[in-house]
Design a protein. Structure first.
Ligand SMILES: Cc1cc2nc3c(=O)[nH]c(=O)nc-3n(C[C@H](O)[C@H](O)[C@H](O)COP(=O)(O)OP(=O)(O)OC[C@H]3O[C@@H](n4cnc5c(N)ncnc54)[C@H](O)[C@@H]3O)c2cc1C
Length: 385
């Protein structure tokens, strides 16, 4: 991946695209729970969504650092990248472990927007965060795999053509390590729909197009396997670091938006014959949020830099996501508090962004599980599970 020195022209493009999708657009999508297809198309046609796809396949072959900066700017502009970010965080799995045939078949069409790769099926209802405990099975029968099981929280599945799917190819009781025997597939959802795959939407507290997916003897070509059979957990972990860095960037963008919005309101709103921002009780939480967002950004940049050099970045990616999601959540709370009653009015967009940014304490990985990673894998304390 090549690096570029000056991100400003790309960020300017992001701001231009986002300017066409103001609060009213997102409020309408939120109210009706509709997928922001126009925004996704605009991000694709401007080339912003394809930055991680190599130039040879129609993308711009840039680094995760650039992708992270794009998603941060989307969120800082008041938009939301949740409708499209999966293409970026699953890209590493396809680029690093996919076959030449898979890349040649899919990447040019993903880059052009002809195909959407926006679904990432890992979580299952009974396994929860314990990913190695998933029970969705993919059994090899001749030149197909037969998939049975269920996924939950598979976001954007109704709006995606392709899905990266994690399934067990060897039962847990027949592998040496529980992380063995898991495999990753690139599933063509257009062929799967109605042929053994059923998608059911889940309505949530904000507009996220998330779903549950049922597999009932779904046959997928053996060529759908990404990389080596049984090694999928490693590929997914790799992708999860990218995901944490990109989500941290979205949180930083949200944090910037909340701080800017709160600051502007605090300067403008007059109560007791003075701007509310003249009171230190109002100023200090906003100033603290500003500092927390900036600090989280430094860790996120470091995580992205390590990822781009191919170095191990699990510690930094996890800490970046922890700090950024906490910073954005505190900034959201501060922004709402600064707005008083008006923070609850839809027209200010604060309550919507507040609901949206709350997710990142839980997904793609919850705060407790990050703390547990740091405690056990970085600090060497005893394993708790
Ligand atoms: C809107 C939304 C979109 C999502 N999109 C996707 C998607 O596209 N693809 C996908 O695969 N998944 C997706 N997810 C799933 C998400 O990654 C999981 O919800 C998340 O990883 C937490 O898993 P869980 O919900 O099963 O919680 P659980 O694992 O059941 O955990 C519940 C709570 O218990 C805590 N906990 C559990 N075990 C421990 C422990 N040992 N120590 C301390 N605390 C513990 C957790 O921190 C958490 O707070 C999405 C979720 C949501 C809500």
């Amino acid at each position: 991946m090549s690096e570029i020195d000056d991100l400003e022209p790309i960020l300017e493009t992001v701001r231009k695209v986002c300017a066409a999708y103001p609060g009213a657009y997102w409020r309408a999508c939120d109210r009706e729970r509709t997928y922001p297809a126009e925004f996704v198309e605009a991000m694709t046609s401007s080339g912003l969504l394809g930055v991680l796809i190599p130039e040879a396949y129609g993308g711009s072959g840039l680094s995760l650092t650039v992708a992270a900066a794009i998603l941060e700017e989307v969120h800082a502009s008041g938009c939301n990248a949740a409708a499209l970010h999966a293409q970026m965080y699953t890209m590493g799995t396809l680029l690093r472990h996919g076959s030449l045939e898979q890349k040649e078949t899919y990447l040019p069409r993903i880059a052009s927007g002809d195909l959407r790769l926006q679904a990432f099926g890992v979580t299952e209802p009974t396994a929860g965060t314990d990913t190695t405990n998933i029970s969705t099975r993919a059994e090899r029968r001749g030149d197909v795999y037969v998939v049975n099981g269920q996924k939950v929280w598979t976001s954007r599945a109704e709006h995606s053509d392709l899905m990266i799917l994690l399934a067990r190819t060897t039962p847990k009781d027949r592998v040496a390590k529980k992380t063995d025997g898991l495999s990753v597939f690139l599933v063509d959802m257009r062929a799967a729909a109605g042929a053994g795959m059923t998608i059911k939407p889940i309505r949530t507290m904000f507009n996220h197009a998330t779903t549950e997916i049922f597999f009932d003897n779904l046959e997928i070509p053996a060529s759908s396997l990404i990389g080596e059979e049984g090694k999928g957990f490693r590929y997914i972990l790799d992708g999860m670091n990218a995901e944490r860095i990109l989500i941290a960037s979205e949180c930083i963008g949200d944090g910037r938006w909340f701080v800017e919005k709160a600051t502007a309101y605090a300067k403008d709103r007059r109560v007791f014959d003075r701007p509310i921002g003249q009171n230190q009780g109002v100023q200090f939480p906003i100033a603290r949020s500003y500092a927390e967002v900036r600090a989280a950004k430094l860790m996120t940049l470091e995580a992205a830099r390590l990822y781009d050099t191919g170095a191990s970045c699990a510690e930094e990616a996890n800490i970046a996501k922890l700090l950024a999601s906490e910073a954005s959540w505190r900034a959201a709370d501060t922004c709402l508090q600064t707005h008083g009653g008006f923070g609850f009015a839809e027209d200010y967009d604060v309550e919507r962004k507040f609901r949206e940014t709350r997710l990142y304490q839980v997904a793609p990985i919850s705060t407790n599980l990050i703390l547990s990673y740091v405690a056990e894998h970085v600090l060497g304390m005893p394993r708790s599970y």
